[in-house]
Design a protein around this ligand. Structure first.
Ligand SMILES: [Zn+2]
Length: 591
């Protein structure tokens, strides 16, 4: 519920003063006014006392002596009480108490009368009236803590809020779609805060990728997966989070009731456990495994006023069957027995695949070990059958190859088809390659069905607000309206025309990295996700400066180092955005 900017005034008690006993002996009656509202005249409200029995006090009935006042737009408020001595002939005026509230807080779009909450005692010579002022926050009238937010107004990328104690402050909230969040200097503009304003709090750090981390570890994904109510849980739903807010003294909490999320179209989004409050929420989509992808937009409100937006694609999880072949050469010399053999075991590969799947989950894509175990022992280039050994894990194999096909293996070798299966994704684990320091390379993938060009590259256009990756203009106020983002996409690729038409594959190159270590797994998980990106037609988001503008440059220049498709394997490169997600999800490689 939004702040409704009301106060409640409740008259509690009237005391006649003992010091003027002669004047205050007899029968008395009191009335009061709050602005134009009158008390003490209606039946059941009459406040009367006869002090000759010794009673100098009237306890007022709170249910009758109370009123709510809307303070937005109000410039003053007077609270007064009048006493009368009741006499046989003509009643006599006893006195009047008055309290004028005139402090007006200016917030954008309106004025707000500030009436501090507390219990007041107003006196005149013969009596004292006691009343309580409470503020209403989220439908509850009470004495709220002074820092509580009483009123909010949105304007140009910020929300101005007013506290119970009467402070007026500017706030800013962001849900950055790129995590880790790029440096502030590269982000769209923020509203200008006074130099004395309290600092911000940032929350969008890089995710920690481990083989045991849950699949939804990377927050603010570009794709919200469709899940059944029964499937959805804390470990598989999309985790959306505020990445920045200012001032930090708002102390937003994970389940903060001041922050409320909603989605459009509302009927396609569910909040896990119906919890749509706080700094972060978990969400999933409704639909089926064949539902078409749509755009969804989330709106975050801070005490009733919109403070941030987040956009994503909603669709089913798309599964790519995968076959892995470890290219094992002859034993090396005693001093270097693994000279021609990658160290990765089938278990290592499974762990790397899980990390790749955490990264790919942002686009609603998952790699799955192929359950078809048909061996393909055709020796590339002819000759005796290839030696292929199935591991204990279906979909992962070891094949015996000549030393030169795994150590310094040519990037376009016909051996890359060894034990491949048609039309799925095939992985070749090599010891090293002729591609220098490359840790992986995608060597063949199909033409993208949406390709609009006979050339190898075409333009993919993405529209929506906020823009994909918050590329400027982002449409995220105070930044100007979002414009079409044009991303260069690679249509298809083959490294060697002699390779079979129905082969799709990538190489994973071990070099000096130890796949059994945490760093090795993390590195290769991200390398696999990156190469999958290429196979699903993505170019580099920031190309190697030496070859920028070349065939693999998507020609977008943001984010600087946070995208999975960054040309090098920087630790920060974890994010896939909406444009990339749309291209990948419509690739011919996805069944
Ligand atoms: Zn690359």
């Amino acid at each position: 519920m939004p702040a409704d900017e009301q106060i409640r005034i409740t008259f509690l008690r009237i005391n006649l003063h003992e010091s003027s006993r002669r004047r205050t002996s007899g029968r008395f009656r009191f009335t009061a006014r709050v602005g134009g509202q009158r008390f003490g005249q209606a039946e059941g409200q009459v406040a009367q006392v006869d002090t000759r029995g010794g009673t100098m006090q009237i306890d007022l009935e709170p249910l009758n002596w109370t009123c709510d006042v809307r303070v937005a737009g109000l410039e003053r408020l007077e609270i007064r009480a009048d006493g009368q001595k009741l006499r046989r002939i003509r009643n006599r005026h006893l006195g009047t108490t008055r309290h004028r509230f005139t402090q007006v807080l200016t917030i954008p779009g309106t004025n707000l009368l500030h009436v501090p909450q507390r219990t007041y005692q107003d006196s005149c010579r013969h009596f004292t009236v006691r009343y309580r002022v409470e503020t209403c926050i989220r439908d509850r009238f009470q004495m709220h803590m002074p820092y509580r937010v009483f009123a909010t107004r949105a304007h140009s990328g910020g929300v101005t809020y007013t506290t119970v104690s009467g402070l007026v402050r500017l706030s800013r909230t962001e849900i950055c779609p790129v995590i880790p969040v790029p440096p502030a200097t590269t982000l769209p503009p923020r509203p200008v805060f006074p130099t004395t304003a309290t600092a911000s709090r940032s929350l969008g750090n890089a995710a920690v990728l481990t083989p045991s981390a849950s699949i939804n570890t990377i927050k603010n994904p570009a794709c919200i997966p469709i899940l059944s109510n029964r499937q959805a849980n804390g470990n598989n739903t999309a985790h959306l989070t505020v990445t920045y807010y200012r001032p930090w003294i708002l102390f937003f909490r994970a389940d903060d009731p001041r922050l409320e999320w909603s989605a459009e179209p509302a009927n396609r989004i569910r909040f896990l456990n119906n919890d749509n409050h706080g700094l972060s929420v978990k969400v999933y989509g409704t639909g089926s495994s064949t539902s078409a992808d749509i755009d969804v937009t989330f709106t975050l409100k801070f005490e009733g006023e919109e403070c941030a937006k987040f956009r994503a694609v909603l669709g089913p999880i798309k599964t790519i069957p995968c076959r892995f072949n470890i290219f094992k050469g002859p034993p090396g010399p005693t001093a270097d027995p693994l000279r021609h053999r990658p160290r990765a075991t089938p278990e290592d590969i499974q762990r790397q695949m899980h990390i790749a799947n955490i990264v790919l989950r942002q686009s609603g894509i998952q790699l799955q070990l192929d359950s078809n175990t048909t061996l393909n022992t055709t020796r590339p280039g002819g000759g005796p059958a290839l030696s292929v050994t199935a591991s204990a894990i279906a979909g992962i194999y070891t094949i015996t190859v000549p030393s030169g096909q795994t150590r310094n293996a040519p990037w376009n070798s016909i051996w890359l088809q060894s034990n491949y299966r048609a039309n799925i994704m095939n992985f070749c684990y090599l010891k090293s390659s002729t591609l220098g320091d490359a840790l992986g390379f995608a060597f063949k993938w199909p033409e993208h069905p949406d390709s609009t060009s006979a050339n190898n590259r075409w333009d993919f256009e993405e529209n929506g607000t906020p823009s994909t990756s918050w590329i400027q203009p982002s449409g995220n106020p105070p930044d100007t309206a979002a414009e079409t983002v044009t991303m260069k996409v690679i249509a298809g690729y083959k490294c060697n025309n002699a390779l079979p038409a129905n082969l799709n594959g990538m190489a994973v190159v071990e070099r000096d990295n130890d796949p059994s270590t945490a760093d090795g797994r993390k590195l290769y998980g991200r390398v696999i996700a990156h190469e999958v990106g290429h196979m699903l037609s993505l170019g580099h988001r920031i190309e190697n400066p030496a070859i920028a503008g070349g065939d693999y440059d998507d020609e977008l220049t943001f984010p600087p180092r946070q995208n999975v498709m960054l040309w090098n394997a920087a630790d920060t490169a974890q994010d896939f955005d909406i444009a990339q997600t749309k291209v990948m999800r419509s690739s011919a490689l996805i069944p």
